[in-house]
Design a protein around this ligand. Sequence first.
Ligand code: RBF
Length: 343
Amino acid sequence: MKRLVYLMAGFFVVTSTLSGGGRAEVSEADLYSIGVFVPGVVEGSPTYEMLVAGVEQAVAESDAAAMKVVEGGFNQALWQQGLTSMAAGGEYDLIVTSNPEMPDIVEAVLEAFPAQRFLLMDAWYPGNPQVHSVMFNQREQAFLSGHFAGLVGRSGMVTPRPALRAGLLAGQEYPIMNEVILPAYLLGLRSVDPDGQVDFRVLGNWFDAGRAAELANSMYATGSHIILTIAGGGNQGVISSARDRNAYVLWFDSPGLSEAPGVVIGSTYVAQDRATYERTLSAIRGELAFGEAEVLGVADGYVGFVEDDRLYERHVEAEVRQAMSRMIEQMKNGDVYLDMSLR
Ligand code: RBF
């Protein structure tokens, strides 16, 4: 049984999740204590929802752990302060968080609190004995998205057009977005149409669905048949724009076809929930290798494209699905490999 407590603490909303049952012989002080820092808010953000779910599952499975979720909110200038106060309290055996920018943000916290351990998801931080990090091969993930966008653009699902144009909406610009996701998405599109172009737009935040809808309207009006949306709560604005125009949306990170059946027609996923669950459980058991940085991709089964969904069969032409399966197979068996290192 789970007990959820919502508290307002300064600018943070704090959620405590403690397993209630079967705890009689373990006192609070003996529990392995986990603080989850969400850089943003949980709701509407695919990677953060999976992050919290993964830790919850690990805590539920262990009879010796407790967790608390701290939402850092959308003001990024406050995140380091939020993490510092979590570490300063000395309350947590482990702080779990997720974001490609976290390595820079935790740097000072690591130095100030050398006993504090971190599990950084969706981030790359090798060689620090306080940190275990897990990064997903988003080059593969974005390539699959672009390849699918190209296949759909050349199918009977859209009116024929000379050169393909596919949209990408990002919450903000950051190195992984500009140097990995955007170029790999373009590469995937051009694997189908060598003259394909990506219309890249930036929302400027991770919540404004109204503004996201305006940007999406403009992208569809200027020829994009599909938009890959990576904009947190802004994603809902892209869906409403696509629905009005009978256009298509591509989801990222969590299986998203049921977000808007027939509108969200393709979705990649990263198994952030499973990866977080597994690493957190290892940490609780004292088995997690701190100092290690992992990169997980398609061949490892942690990055993929959703095929086993009836909505996918219903709304995507068989030829597109078959071509997509062939590409996924080539990535699984290593014939197609996209290196995740930054360059
Ligand atoms: N993704 C979300 O879904 N919601 C967010 O609030 C969010 N905030 C982010 C803030 C920063 C500074 C960065 C670099 C990324 C953020 N992301 C957010 C993106 C997310 O962590 C992940 O990188 C993307 O979903 C691509 O996998």
